[in-house]
Design a protein around this ligand. Structure first.
Ligand SMILES: [Zn+2]
Length: 178
């Protein structure tokens, strides 16, 4: 992810600077590039805070709940999963322990790619063996499938990381001020 982030930044920067410009021009152009990024961020924040989301999945409660907490960009990614996952994934079996329930989730007609989702009913925590949540910060198809299977009407807090929240900046700027 770090490499792809650097490459994305280089590609954006290349729109503003080239090899032939002198150092003072570089600084000026770099400043323009940063201003452009700031503008894009403000635009994205505005987009997230205003406007009404049109619900597209058949799982309105879960989709509405996600639209209230996620930024618009992340919400769109989550909604794609919400529409796709329950149609292509199946919850095959459940193994209960005293604290957790471990579900086997697999793709439709593909018994080779089983993932195990661990769910703790007392804390509403989910962990999947694919570790997508831990690496990317968004719940995977397996967890989304299980949310639907278990009739969740709201997205659990443990599946919403602070930096994908709409209110993230307000919360952190408030903490910094204190
Ligand atoms: Zn998974």
């Amino acid at each position: 992810m770090t490499t792809s982030r650097c490459e994305a930044f280089h590609s954006h920067l290349a729109k503003f600077v080239n090899l032939r410009i002198c150092f003072t021009d570089f600084v000026e152009q770099f400043q323009r590039c940063l201003s452009y990024f700031c503008f894009r961020e403000i635009e994205a924040d505005f987009d997230s805070d205003y406007g009404v989301v049109t619900l597209q999945s058949g799982l309105h409660s879960l989709e509405r709940s996600a639209s209230k907490v996620f930024t618009k960009t992340i919400f769109h990614m989550f909604r794609c999963m919400l529409i796709r996952a329950p149609t292509v994934m199946r919850v095959r079996e459940c193994h209960e322990t005293s604290l957790y329930s471990i579900y086997s989730v697999l793709k439709y007609c593909d018994c080779g790619s089983i993932c195990h989702v661990c769910y703790c009913p007392s804390t509403f925590e989910f962990k999947c063996s694919c570790l997508r949540m831990e690496s990317f910060g968004l719940p995977c198809d397996h967890i989304v499938t299980l949310l639907v299977e278990l009739d969740f009407s709201e997205i659990p807090k443990c599946l919403v990381l602070d930096w994908w929240k709409k209110k993230c900046k307000k919360v952190y700027s408030w903490k910094i001020c204190r």
